[in-house]
Design a protein around this ligand. Structure first.
Ligand code: NAD
Length: 507
């Protein structure tokens, strides 16, 4: 338990007011919003009726017809202003992330920083939506490839990155010429409302953006399904569980839309004999217990060489024993609450299942003292005899399963032998091992790191994973291409009409 009991913490109401959410808009509805900090109900929001969805989508289509004609660098200006407004409101929005998602203060602020970073990235991108010029095989011909706006982009987000994931999508979609319709998690609608206030300030300064360019709908899966099923939403980006993606992905494909799926992970670290164990311990603890194990990239599986397993487990047990669990607003807290009681129950069930499969559990008990109303737990370290069924599942909680290996190829095989394929890493000082891990015969994940944990990605790289993680990519690199349609054009500036491949067809 974190002994640094908070003394001068702001009330939930103050945090919401400072983020521009007036009490009048927080009551009277059917969606109860609770803070994971203490389980208190902090709002009862009006939900968007499912019957309104066609009108929402029609507004986005209208906005698209105008926005696609705005030059991309000018579209970037809106995102630049959004970045400025986010900088100005960083503390206020970060506090709402802490209030509603339960992240410790520095992680709440870090999430807003991620929004700022993607805005900066997208502003530069707005002048770099480069096409290609392609050598034509025919004389007097020029071939090129151009990228065009695609249409409204639906964005379904998960509770654990309640605002950053919207910004990864929205910043790119907006510079690419697409309106955005956001369906946040029903567990975190307040961060979404607070973000929209910030966006409204940017829109006001921008001046002439079309109405309906960025909309928010509040409610549950039925609103997400309306986006998934509509032919007028050509792109649907959905972040959440594999269960959700398994429904939404086929719905989008069935009407020939483009899904961008960012689903569950089951991320591993291989620790080789030559690893710098001081660094490895720090990386393991941050990535396994940070955000109370509720990141899609959280470290869940540790695959350790037998020669160092005992030493590493001893050091980790000592580190785990000293972890301050408690109110995420209090300075010094490193492990905040799970999102709700159901998550805590899920954690306890997974630990029970691991025990039944021969696991030895260290830690993992619920923590109640000093944190009434919240679903807190001590992070768990679980020594497993092998990679059992429970280990292969993603349990969204701070559980780290530890397994041994003797041979690197067996370790890589174990790392890849799960249904998910998001993030992975190896700690080694052996160049051959590091390069093997990154090679075609190495990790099968979308993210593979060396001497860095699996979580905490930077905005510049494409983010996403393979297999049941869904295959989507967001944020940096060329992820923007998923938000545009590609057009190949051939221009004939000669006075002849030669056919490709030498085909003769004289009429
Ligand atoms: P969830 O699947 O319960 O909910 C995510 C969102 O999907 C919510 O907005 C929810 O309302 C919506 N939804 C649920 N069922 C739907 C349906 N049938 N049709 C349309 N929308 C539907 O996930 P969660 O508990 O909020 O988040 C945790 C999960 O998200 C974890 O599995 C985590 O790994 C994953 N996640 C993945 C990434 C990534 O980038 N790969 C990022 C964050 C979280």
């Amino acid at each position: 338990m974190n002994q640094q009991t908070p003394t001068t913490l702001d009330s939930h109401a103050d945090v919401l007011t400072r983020a521009g959410l007036a009490p009048a808009e927080l009551g009277g509805g059917s969606l109860a919003v609770r803070s994971p900090i203490d389980g208190a109900e902090v709002a009862r929001l009006a939900e968007t009726p499912a019957a309104d969805m066609p009108a929402v989508i029609a507004r986005a289509q209208d906005a698209f017809r105008a926005w696609r004609q705005v030059p991309a660098p000018r579209r970037g200006e809106l995102v630049r202003l959004l970045g400025e407004e986010l900088r100005a409101a960083k503390d206020e929005l970060g506090a709402v992330v802490t209030l509603e998602a339960g992240k410790i203060t520095s992680e709440g602020l870090g999430e807003v920083q991620e929004m700022i970073d993607i805005c900066d990235f997208a502003v530069g991108l707005s002048r770099q939506l480069y096409g290609l010029t392609i050598a034509s095989e025919r004389p007097g011909h020029r071939m090129s490839e151009t990228w065009h706006p695609m249409g409204p982009c639906g964005v379904i987000t998960a509770f654990n990155f309640p605002v950053a994931v919207w910004s990864w999508n929205a910043a790119l979609a907006l510079v690419c010429g697409n309106p955005v319709i956001w369906k946040p998690s029903e567990k975190t609608p307040l961060t979404a409302l607070a973000t929209m206030k910030i966006l409204e300030r940017a829109l006001a300064r921008f001046g002439d953006a079309p109405e309906g360019l960025a909309q928010l709908v509040i409610g549950g899966a039925d609103l997400g399904a309306a986006l998934a099923e509509s032919r007028d939403v050509p792109i649907l980006s959905a972040t959440g569980s594999t269960r959700m993606g398994g429904k939404v992905g086929p719905q989008v494909l069935a009407r020939w839309g483009r899904p961008i799926l960012e689903l569950g992970g089951n991320n591993a670290m291989i620790v080789a004999p030559s690893a710098d164990l001081d660094m490895a311990v720090r990386a393991i603890v941050f990535s396994a217990v940070g955000t109370a194990g509720q990141r899609c990239t959280s470290l869940r599986r540790l695959i350790v060489h037998s020669s160092i397993r005992e030493e590493l487990v001893t050091r980790l047990r000592a580190a785990y024993a000293s972890l301050p669990v408690g109110d995420p607003r209090a300075s010094g807290t490193l492990v905040g609450p799970l999102v709700d009681e159901a998550a805590l129950e899920g954690m306890q069930d997974a630990l029970e299942a691991a025990r039944a499969e021969g696991g030895t559990v260290h830690g993992g008990a619920p923590v109640r003292e000093g944190v009434p109303g919240g679903a807190y737990a001590a992070p768990a370290l679980v020594e497993m005899p092998g990679q059992t069924e429970t280990v292969k599942r993603e349990t969204f909680a701070p559980i780290l399963y530890v397994m041994g290996y003797d041979d690197l190829s067996a370790a890589i095989e174990m790392q890849n032998a799960v249904p998910q394929g998001l993030s992975s890493c190896i700690f080694t000082r052996d160049l051959r091992e590091a390069e093997t891990f990154l090679s075609a015969t190495g990790s099968d994940c979308g993210i593979a790191n060396v001497n860095i944990g699996p979580s905490g990605a930077e905005i510049g790289g494409a983010f996403g994973g393979e297999k049941e993680t869904g295959g989507g990519r967001e944020s940096g690199s060329d992820a923007w291409k998923a938000y545009m349609r590609r057009q190949t054009s051939t221009v004939n500036y000669s006075d002849a009409l030669p056919l490709a491949q030498g085909v003769r067809f004289d009429v």
